[in-house]
Design a protein around this ligand. Structure first.
Ligand code: MN
Length: 232
């Protein structure tokens, strides 16, 4: 509840991003639940079909179809544990390789996140989390700083996982940080299995983002900065 007794405004966004390399439709709600009214009709149609990674629960709708199964799997983990509703469809130039699709989806996700978040007042701002997946353990530290910066060390050894090149996995996280204008440090601390290492990193990031974007009771409308602003 905000200070005037009404429910807080929905933190949601929809966008379409069309280039010669990729055509993306995306909708996000940072608090789960419904998508905004201006969600692209092509995306609404796709929600009726099964995506590569789809899940609908009481609190979240997640539907991902980027054309890259392992990317869908990672974004599914991110959305699920961040508490988002998230729908993405991408038609990209996969006949070339996975680079443009993976990068552009993550840039678009970052833009949508920033748009949904708006001016970050009344929020925790910082978030950090560890997430294990069996033998793998990752740590993510996030600051909703409006200063895009990322340090990513996942130590992946394979050439690719499924159809996603391992070199694209840190590039995806970096692209998200740029689009979202957040500072984030994501490290995989240990683990033998690259699928586990990558997935634990996305889960740690999800939990850290959920913490950073959480509303702090009693601080409604306050900018969590000694500078008094996070937009200058
Ligand atoms: Mn690139």
């Amino acid at each position: 509840m905000s200070s005037n007794g009404t429910s807080p405004a929905p933190r949601w966004a929809a966008l379409a991003r069309d280039t010669n390399e990729t055509k993306i439709q995306l909708a996000i709600n940072l608090d789960g639940g419904a998508f905004p009214d201006d969600t692209d009709s092509r995306l609404i149609e796709s929600l009726k079909a099964e995506g590569h990674a789809s899940q609908s629960s009481k609190s979240q709708t997640i539907s991902l179809n980027t054309g890259i199964g392992f990317l869908d799997h990672m974004l599914h983990a991110l959305a699920k544990h961040a508490g988002w509703s998230l729908a993405i469809v991408c038609k990209g130039d996969l006949h070339i390789d996975d680079h443009h699709t993976a990068e552009d989806v993550c840039i678009a996700l970052g833009y949508a996140f920033a748009k949904a978040l708006g001016t970050p007042t009344g929020l925790a701002r910082f978030g950090s989390a560890y997430a294990p997946l069996d033998e793998a353990l990752s740590r993510a530290v996030v600051d909703l700083s409006n200063r895009p910066y990322s340090v990513i060390d996942l130590g992946l050894k394979r050439e690719k996982i499924g159809d996603l090149s391992c070199e694209m996995i840190p590039h995806c996280l970096q692209s998200f940080a740029q689009g979202a204008r957040v500072t984030m440090h994501v490290d995989c601390l240990r683990g033998f299995n690259d699928h586990h290492r990558a997935e634990s990193a996305f889960k740690a990031l999800a939990v850290a983002i959920r913490q950073a974007t959480s509303r702090v009771a009693g601080r409604e409308g306050e900018v969590p900065s000694t500078k008094g602003t996070l937009t200058a």
